[in-house]
Design a protein around this ligand. Sequence first.
Ligand code: NI
Length: 169
Amino acid sequence: MIYPIVKFGNPVLEKAAEKVSVFDEELKKLIADMFESMYAAKGIGLAAPQIGIPRRIAVIDVTFKEDPNAKLVLINPEIIHKEGRHSQSEGCLSIPEFRENVSRAQVATVRAQDMNGNLFEKTGDDLLARAFQHETDHLNGKLYLSHISAIKRDLIKRKIRKMVKAGEW
Ligand code: NI
């Protein structure tokens, strides 16, 4: 099932999501639906709040279907180590049509559970490190807008308000 993507302005995106404690068939179905929804929206990462579900679940595929082994499920993720800085253009499915340079750690290690509840750690660099940080932020109610300057943030918010008024958001 493909869920519509929740856009900036919906309060679900700015609240911390709830910890997952039950690892059942319903969770596996939700994860499959999240991958389907992410691919349909042409994304490489999706957090559950972005489909209106405030639970600590994120899916990532930085290869966008090229490598089946690149599919990653992060449940209750935490960034446990960060190294270096790297600034790169970043977007978000919930803030379509906008991109900004965002400075993030170049290397990041995430500790998370898989869909069966098993704990694992994974280290990524560049785009994968960025995805770990971006998606974990989502689960803490944080968007990339909080990592850019207030001037740029206000400009984007103003443009979005105009689009809302015009019925284009
Ligand atoms: Ni996002």
